[in-house]
Ligand binder design. Structure first.
Ligand SMILES: Nc1ncnc2c1ncn2[C@@H]1O[C@H](COP(=O)(O)OP(=O)(O)OP(=O)(O)O)[C@@H](O)[C@H]1O
Length: 435
């Protein structure tokens, strides 16, 4: 999960695939790595040893095993190939189920408002049924293929036993040799039978590992142009960006530079302002062009607050003494509110704790920016949820922040534009930048 978050947004898996991989996917790695792979090693070693011993004891029994043994892996591979399509289908059904569930949970307040929540029960029911049918088909195949391999192995051992029996009756081999041959023959078959039995439980794990492994490649070099600079200037040259799957670029050949102080970016809705901040923060990789910048701290329109205390929410970026926390809260006029809470900074937030309004969350995010030591601060509509007074407070906090940092703010507020050192207007009509 941490790994995905450290990747550029464009390289992360879709939410439904991520949920499936992180939950069921990682759980299926255990049967694959702890049971299937060891069984595979056994199957490569034990039958060869058993066969070698059998050649030494009774070559005729060994010949029967040599002729029948390859049938087991051959049939196992044949069955595996047929079930691959089913495994893929089941995996896709599981992904769809997770995706639907995540979407419904996210949109539940809106669906309830429109009285459409009940309809989702049918949709989830239908997707679950699809998953159930795919799982039942895989289970049926697993039972059938295990039974087929068992039968084949039993028949092969029976052939060895019958020939040994016949020869014993005719007195052509001693009893001891016959007994050892009958005891050794099953040893050549069981490891391969076990591989067949573990195969179906491990198929999902193999699928999960195949998806996960490429994502575990070293991170260095993923976003080289964002690394190793120490200046507090931000420069974007010939920047173009197209969202994955989109047909038209959001930004085309954009050139921009910002130095210490306050730079505001304005422009109509949908012009690509938030996308530009993502690019400057290194969260997205430009389709063309380059971004030169040092470490940046981004405050998004929906700031993330971890489940935990107010102190934990403020120190996501790094530890800070309580004095610094209170001073940051004072700058956004949240100090009085937090001091009045039952446990002040130790008050829990989130599902099991205290709730914050959208405006309070926005101000807490600004307090976090004040505490951050990143030389570049990127703020996306920081005053969108605030009333006139709170807006004034946050604007004053931002101007103070701009005295120590390079601050770039996306805003629609003319008051903040008036306070800015630089003004950048994103104009989608000309797709160029006016300063
Ligand atoms: N993940 C995405 N995939 C595809 N298109 C996207 C994605 N995110 C944004 N877009 C599109 O990119 C365009 C620019 O979006 P962006 O959020 O950057 O605009 P904005 O200028 O910040 O708008 P606003 O002022 O309304 O916040 C929009 O047309 C939007 O539909």
């Amino acid at each position: 999960m941490v790994r995905w978050l450290s990747l550029p947004a464009d390289d992360r898996p879709a939410p439904d695939a991520a949920v499936t991989l992180a939950a069921q996917g990682t759980a299926t790695v255990e049967p694959y790595a702890a049971r299937f792979l060891p069984a595979l090693v056994h199957a490569a070693v034990v039958p060869v040893l058993a066969l070698a011993a059998l050649v030494w004891v009774d070559w005729l029994s060994a010949l029967i095993v040599v002729l029948t043994l390859p049938l087991l892996p051959f049939f196992a591979a044949l069955i595996g190939k047929t079930t691959q399509a089913d495994t893929d289908r089941r995996w896709a059904a599981l992904s769809a189920l997770s995706g639907h569930f995540v979407d419904v949970m996210r949109g539940l307040p809106t669906l309830v408002t429109y009285g459409r929540a009940e309809r989702q029960v049918d949709v989830i029911g239908e997707v679950s049924q699809r998953h159930r049918r795919a799982t039942m088909r895989t289970l049926k195949l697993a039972f059938l293929s295990s039974a087929a391999l068992e039968l084949l192995a039993s028949i092969s051992v029976a052939i060895v036993a019958v020939t040994v029996g016949l020869r014993l009756t005719h007195g052509t081999i001693p009893l001891m040799t016959g007994l050892v041959a009958i005891l050794l023959a099953p040893e050549a078959y069981w490891p391969i039978r076990r591989v067949g039995a573990e195969f179906h439980a491990a198929a999902d794990g193999a699928e999960a590992i195949a998806t996960l492994l490429p994502q575990l490649r070293p991170l260095d070099g993923v976003v080289p142009e964002y690394r190793g600079r120490s200046s507090v200037d931000v420069r974007a040259e010939g920047l173009s960006y197209t969202h994955p799957g989109a047909h038209r670029p959001v930004l085309t050949d954009l050139t921009l530079s910002a130095g210490p102080g306050l730079t505001v970016i304005t422009g109509p809705s949908g012009a690509g302002k938030s996308t530009l901040l993502d690019l400057l923060a290194g969260i997205r990789r430009p389709t063309e062009g380059q971004v030169h910048t040092s470490r940046a701290h981004l405050v998004t329109q929906r700031p993330f607050l971890p489940a935990g205390t107010i102190r934990a929410a403020l120190t996501v970026g790094g530890e800070a003494p309580d004095d610094a926390l209170w001073s940051a809260l004072r700058a956004v006029e949240l100090d009085g509110f937090v001091a009045a809470l039952p446990s002040a900074l130790a008050t829990s937030l989130g599902d099991e704790g205290f709730g914050l309004s959208a405006g309070q969350r926005a101000r807490l995010a600004i307090a976090r920016a004040i505490l951050s030591d990143a030389p570049i601060q990127l703020l996306d509509e920081p005053t969108a949820h605030l009333d006139a007074h709170a807006c004034e407070v946050v604007h004053s906090a931002i101007t103070q922040l701009a005295q120590r940092h390079t601050v770039i703010v996306v805003t629609h507020r003319t008051e903040l534009v008036a306070l800015a050192d630089h003004h950048v207007h994103l104009d989608p009509a000309t797709e160029k930048v006016a300063r």
